[in-house]
Design a protein around this ligand. Structure first.
Ligand code: ADP
Ligand code: MG
Length: 645
């Protein structure tokens, strides 16, 4: 594929005139038939890395992704460009899935999106060899590694599919991977080439700031007042998103809130208002941001400690995509570490409780062992929990666990719009219309309003049909249901409530395949990530950017010069090296023996500039890294002293 061709594909379908750094190298590697791993930060343009090759080559590109919402967005975006794309996710009927797979074998579909659970079903396994697969793209590839922060066991089975299509190269993509995870991805996907493309994760225009603060709300208000432009505020708890946004509104700041408990129409409306800058600040749980691409976010504030540097880096990284200065601010105080530890414990419910929740769920839906596969049932967490006298938080976390293990999937309310497709062919339909004139105008209206109804499931809106036909929406639904029952068309009405889908037939709780060892190991890894996050906020001696980059295995970066640590060092008039040296020395002294401020200064090394030492000391005191007790003795306030009291 010549240079010109790739460029023209980019221009023709996406309207972009040039590739971003690394994109072209990655694309060429994949087109060259090499197994390739691409590490680009969030927003770096990973999708194009498989979409351009998919378009440039004959055949079909299979994309594996864990997030249904993102898959749907991408499928829709491709369709809008006139590119044939289909997605297979739970919640679709068997007929819809069969139809989609058929179109991949016999039609000219260019992109097939699937979850890893789907990829390894018998249906796909038996049909994939008949498809002309040009590329197997694995998005969010870190999910394959148990060391990754979002390990999903079903990813491990992707390798089985490689054997069925041995000549198809794999392109794995992720935004977060430590060196250990990078190696693991290649191994688990059975890479035959060692092609890793990694763009530095350095964000030169993003200033990381950690602030120890008891009164977080007022500090947040100050940030909103002092930094112009759009912002995102992350909190862990759904209820708090509303409280904080209300409070900001009271103080005259334009704000709204967002979390996964809102129905999707409401979420879309809020997100849209924020994108269009009708709302300035969005207060949200981590549900917000995935797939959102707003370049001019000027600040991202975290009111709670995220549970891993990976999560933090992704969320904070939503600031300043346009290259202009932006702030990533983390507000924390000592109770946060306690909260985070509790949160960590909660997200690993005891295995026996996970099994209990699974078992109760099977009973709730009266599923016999072995049955229930691919069945979707409406799900109300609160009533389920109270029915079995279970703690809702426990249920929530246990379900999260089961979801990652690939046993079930939960979709939020209204995630699935209504869809129809004709089952009758053109001729049969015509005969039906003649025989049933009552339906004739209605069918004609459908055919006029939507295209492709004979070949694929098409999103419809009952409201639109009702308006156009001048009939009540209830009548529209009734007619659609009748046509469905007469097998003239498939009608899938939209889900109004969250839906739970069993991805595997029910197994006896004792057969749940979660081994104690694996469970324990995962918890250990999660704890390590949590500790790395705590270390991030508790250290005031390492440049924030360097710390994060180091975590992801980049050791060659320079100090950023703009994070809170660097700024203080600048003020103290010392280099990073001097700062670290002085801070370490001071710490050592303080921990060796009880000293007062005076003692400390007196005992400082002769060949150290007093001015510099004072600068560092002042900083350590101002930031309460060192505190003076009632006896005027100094204490280094580190993790140990904090948890002790
Ligand atoms: P990622 O998956 O890495 O987080 P996306 O694939 O969602 O990122 O891309 C982020 C944004 O960057 C999208 O809006 C995309 O259209 C845009 N983008 C990607 N590549 C280019 C390019 N070469 N030129 C201009 N915009 C691009
Ligand atoms: Mg992406």
């Amino acid at each position: 594929m010549s240079e010109l061709n790739l460029q023209s594909v980019l221009l023709k379908y996406w309207g972009f005139s040039s590739f971003r750094p690394m994109q072209e190298d990655i694309i060429r590697s994949a087109i060259g038939g090499n197994d390739t791993l691409a590490l680009l930060p969030t927003g770096g343009g990973k999708s194009l890395c498989y979409q351009v090759p998919g378009m440039a080559m004959a055949g079909l590109c299979i994309v594996v992704s864990p997030l249904i919402a993102l898959m749907k967005d991408q499928v829709e975006a491709l369709k809008d460009k006139g590119i044939k794309a289909v997605g297979i996710y739970h919640g679709l009927s068997k007929a819809e899935i069969d139809n989609a797979v058929d179109n991949c074998v016999y039609g000219d579909v260019k992109f097939l999106y699937m979850s890893p659970e789907r990829l390894t079903t018998d249906l796909i396994r038996s049909r994939i060899t008949k498809m002309n697969v040009n590329l197997l793209a694995i998005d969010e590839a870190h999910c394959i590694s148990q060391w990754g922060y979002d390990f999903r066991p079903p990813y491990l089975r992707i390798a089985e599919i490689r054997e069925l299509i041995p000549h198809t190269p794999v392109l794995a993509l992720t935004a977060t991977a430590t060196p250990q995870v990078v190696a693991d991805i290649q191994e688990k996907l059975q890479f035959s080439d060692q092609r890793v493309f990694q763009k530095s994760f350095e964000r030169k225009n993003l200033a990381y700031v950690v602030i120890r603060e008891e009164d977080k709300l007022n500090r947040l208000l100050k940030v909103c007042q002092n930094v112009k432009g759009t912002g995102v505020v992350y909190v862990r708890n759904r209820k708090r998103t509303r409280e904080i946004s209300d409070w900001l509104m009271q103080k005259g700041v334009s704000a709204d809130f967002y979390h996964a408990g809102l129905d999707s129409r409401e979420r879309d409306a809020r997100q849209d208002a924020w994108m269009k800058e009708k709302t300035r600040i969005i207060v949200s749980t981590n549900a917000f941001g995935m797939g959102i691409d707003k370049p001019n976010v000027r600040f991202v504030v975290h009111m709670d400690l995220p549970d891993s540097p990976e999560a933090y880096f992704q969320e904070a990284g939503r600031g300043g995509r346009d290259g202009n200065k932006a702030y990533a601010i983390l507000l924390f105080n000592n109770s946060d570490t306690i909260d985070l530890r509790r949160f960590h414990e909660q997200s690993f419910p005891p295995l026996k409780d996970i099994k209990k929740v699974y078992n109760s769920l099977g009973n709730y839906y009266q599923l016999a062992i072995g049955s229930g596969k691919d069945e979707s049932m409406p799900f109300d967490l609160v009533s389920f929990a109270s029915h079995y006298n279970l703690n809702p938080v426990l249920v929530f976390n246990a379900l999260g666990f089961l979801e990652k293990e690939g046993y079930l999937a939960i979709s939020e309310a209204l995630a699935n719009p209504s869809r129809i497709m004709f089952m009758a062919n053109n001729e049969e339909l015509y005969r039906f219309q003649v025989a049933n004139p009552r339906y004739d105008p209605f069918i004609k209206l459908l055919l006029r309003s939507y295209s492709g109804l004979f070949t694929e499931f098409t999103k419809i809106r009952e409201q639109d049909i009702s308006r156009r036909a001048g009939i009540d929406i209830a009548v529209v639904r009734k007619m659609l249901n009748e046509l469905h029952n007469m097998k003239i068309l498939h009608y899938k009405a939209q889900n109004e409530t969250p839906v739970i889908t069993f991805l595997q037939g029910r197994v006896a709780a004792s057969d749940l395949n979660i081994s104690k060892a694996v469970y324990k190991e995962r918890k250990v890894f999660a704890r390590k990530r949590m500790q790395a996050m705590i270390d991030y906020v508790e250290s005031f001696t390492t440049c924030r950017s360097l710390y994060l980059l180091g975590y992801f295995g980049e050791t060659t970066a320079q100090r950023c010069g703009q994070c809170d640590v660097c700024l203080e060092q600048n003020k103290a008039g010392v280099s990073e090296y001097e700062y670290k040296q002085l801070a370490d020395m001071i710490r050592q002294r303080i921990e060796e023996e009880e000293v007062s401020m005076e003692d400390l200064i007196r005992k400082l090394d002769m060949n150290i500039s007093e001015e510099k030492a004072m600068g560092v000391l002042r900083y350590l005191l101002d930031n309460r890294i060192i505190i003076e007790d009632a006896m005027m003795k100094l204490h280094w306030k580190d993790k140990k002293s904090e948890t002790a009291g």
